[in-house]
Design a protein around this ligand. Structure first.
Ligand code: SF4
Ligand code: SF4
Length: 394
């Protein structure tokens, strides 16, 4: 009897006893997975194969930025059976989340995957539900949840190897039948499942995403430098965003969908034109997306953040990061009506907010006298440098 600790996946410990293995018909697994809400279900190897080498190169080049957990877990990411002995197959899963653009009233864009209920929650609900039903139907205990970022696996690699989709030049997985707006999840299992063939389809000669990426983060086909990608800088990165990336951030408050929006496979998404209450409940816009403005985001105090940013993936960016992002977007919008709020933010307790407010004021009206007053009192070196840079735009 082996005991697999499921703590990392947020699951209770479970026992695996090979003598108890009951084989489930692959079609039974697929139909249960569809019933719990997954659009695509495939079976494939539980390790990333040749994609692992690309991951190692990406790490060596430092392209993971501050996502140190990827480097720290590299061994287990490359070989999931190192921390879950007995894993033989991956049940790979994908759910479509395409839809209308997410935008706050008055401006400020949200990546589509974060518009509705926190995907960690609804994906986990579905994966846990699937696991429970498969175990009740006879899949051996010990299957583990690798979905919704709960455990470190190269889920794009597993999805490609099992035929969920092909690896695109944007480094995303694109399903030839559902398009690129896919939330991926997987169950790794001790069951030996018949592996599916890789998906057909390629990018062909298209390079639309490389040309459209506002920051040049797709440095070559299949190569994304996370340090330049808005999905990283606006969400994962803490502190100050590099000045040369701020104008390119444009309207993006949280994440970025540009490389998806320009992709010709996008039109395959069945939910793309489905809006409002016609959308699945988990994908309907969060209250914040429906009612908040950029000024609300910039000025929210800790209590409002704690109370209102419940059940949204936007919390990942932290209160400081969201307020920083709001200042950048206000600066990019050139919104003079926001100047009083930005001037007020020069006195904020958070130097990151003060610094980005100074940048935004410099972008809208560098002649505001409050910048000089802020320079005289600013104790934080980096925030002070931002104020001086704003003043130099006069
Ligand atoms: S998410 Fe945006 S910034 Fe990142 S690679 Fe795609 S287009 Fe570029
Ligand atoms: S935009 Fe073109 S190159 Fe980029 S992922 Fe889509 S098909 Fe591939």
């Amino acid at each position: 009897m082996r005991q697999w600790t499921q703590a990392k996946a947020g699951l209770p410990p479970v026992d695996l006893d090979d003598r108890d293995v009951t084989h489930l018909a692959p079609d039974t697994i697929r139909s249960i997975a569809h019933e719990v809400g997954f659009d695509l279900v495939r079976f494939g190897p539980a390790e990333p194969g040749e994609h692992g080498e690309h991951f190692l190169r990406w790490l060596e080049q430092g392209r993971h930025g501050e996502m140190q957990y990827l480097a720290d877990n590299r061994d287990r990411i490359l070989a999931p059976d190192r921390w879950r002995p007995g894993v033989r197959s991956a049940i790979t899963l994908a759910a479509d989340y395409g839809g209308p653009a997410g935008e706050l009233p008055g401006g400020g864009r949200i990546a589509r995957y974060a518009v509705g209920r926190d995907y960690h929650r609804w994906l986990r609900d579905r994966v846990f539900g699937l696991r429970k039903r498969l175990e009740r139907a006879g899949l051996p205990f010990g299957s583990m949840n690798g979905g919704a970022d709960a455990v470190p696996v190269l889920e794009r690699a597993l999805a490609v190897r099992s035929g969920i989709g092909f690896l695109a030049k944007s480094a995303m997985v694109i399903s030839p039948v559902q398009g690129p707006y896919l939330q991926l999840a997987e169950l790794l299992t001790a069951e030996e499942l018949p592996f599916d063939a890789p998906a057909s389809g390629t990018c062909g000669s298209c390079t639309a995403c490389l040309q459209a990426c506002p920051t040049g983060a797709i440095t070559a086909p299949f190569e994304v430098d996370a340090r330049r990608c808005l999905s990283y800088t606006t969400i994962e990165q803490r502190g100050f965003i590099a000045p040369e990336l701020r104008a390119a951030q444009g309207e993006w408050l949280f994440g970025c969908d540009v490389c998806l929006e320009v992709c010709p496979f996008t039109r395959k998404s069945p939910l793309l034109g489905v809006a409002g209450s016609a959308r699945p409940k988990d994908l309907q816009p969060h209250r914040i997306v429906q009612t908040w403005t950029l000024v609300d985001v910039l000025t929210m105090d800790a209590a409002r953040y704690d109370n209102e940013f419940v059940g949204t993936a936007m919390r990942r960016a932290t209160r400081s990061g969201l307020r920083r992002n709001a200042a950048i977007v206000l600066g990019n919008r050139g919104d003079e009506a926001a100047l009083p709020t930005l001037v007020e933010a020069l006195r904020d307790e958070d130097p990151v907010v003060r610094g980005h407010a100074a940048w935004a004021i410099g972008a809208i009206d560098a002649h505001r006298p409050e910048l000089e007053a802020a320079r005289a009192r600013e104790p934080h070196a980096q925030a002070l440098a931002e104020i001086e840079a704003a003043l130099s735009r006069r």
